[in-house]
Design a protein around this ligand. Structure first.
Ligand SMILES: [Zn+2]
Length: 193
C-alpha cells in the first residue's frame, strides 16, 4: 500500500497530493438562514432573495416520486383569473444555463403536469446560479407560458448581489434572523409579467 514517494520522508508535496481530493470534494457549504440549515450557500441565497421580493418560501416541502424539490415558492399574482397567487416547486442547482437542467424532473411539469402525473403546484421550476438562470412554465392570466425571475424584477442583479452578501456572513448561531433591514429594492413596486 503505499505511501507515495516522498510521503515517508515527510515531504509536504506528498501529503498535499492526497489531500486535494478531500478539499475539493465538498463544494457545497451548508448555510444557516432564517433558522433553516440549507445544504448550500446557493440555496440560502435564494431564500434571502425570496424574502427580499416578498415571495413566500418553504424549504424542502415534501418528496415527490423521483424528486425532492428544494423550495415551494408562492408568487403573488395580480390577475383576477389566477386567484391571488401561483405556487411553483423549485429545484436549485449551481448551473449557469437552463440547458444544464435537461433531463431533470424539475423540467417536466409544465402547467403542473408531466402528461401523466400532476403535482400540487402550478409548475415545476429550475433555478440556477442567479435570477437570470430561472425557468418555469405555467398558466397565468388569460394564457401563460415560460417565465423567469428576471421578468418579474428588472433589477434582479442588484437584489441578488445584496442577497449573496447576506449569506456570506459567517454565522455560528443556527438561529440566524432574517435581515433586519428592508431596502429600497425590496419595497419597489413590481407587476406580473
Ligand atoms: Zn397569474
Amino acid at each position: 500500500m503505499g505511501l507515495r514517494a516522498g510521503a515517508d520522508q515527510g515531504q509536504p508535496w506528498a501529503v498535499r497530493d492526497g489531500a486535494v481530493d478531500v478539499r475539493y470534494a465538498f463544494k457545497s457549504h451548508p448555510t444557516f438562514y432564517a433558522g433553516v440549515q440549507f445544504r448550500s450557500r446557493l440555496e440560502a441565497t435564494w431564500a434571502v432573495f425570496f424574502d427580499f421580493v416578498k415571495w413566500k418560501w418553504e424549504y424542502e416541502p415534501y418528496d415527490l416520486l423521483g424528486w425532492t424539490p428544494d423550495f415551494l415558492v408562492t408568487i403573488p399574482c395580480t390577475h383576477s383569473e389566477c386567484g391571488g397567487d401561483h405556487e411553483i416547486l423549485v429545484e436549485v442547482k449551481p448551473y449557469n444555463s437552463i440547458t444544464q437542467f435537461a433531463g431533470h424532473r424539475c423540467m417536466d411539469f409544465s402547467y403542473g403536469s408531466d402528461g401523466k402525473t400532476k403535482i400540487p403546484a402550478d409548475a415545476s421550476a429550475a433555478f440556477g446560479n442567479n435570477p437570470r438562470v430561472t425557468h418555469w412554465e405555467m398558466g397565468h392570466g388569460a394564457g401563460g407560458g415560460i417565465f423567469s425571475v428576471s421578468e418579474y424584477f428588472p433589477n434582479c442583479d442588484h437584489i441578488w448581489l445584496v442577497a449573496k452578501n447576506i449569506t456570506q456572513w459567517k454565522h455560528e448561531n443556527p438561529s440566524v434572523q432574517k435581515p433586519l433591514f428592508l431596502n429600497d429594492w425590496a419595497n419597489e413596486e413590481w407587476a406580473c409579467p
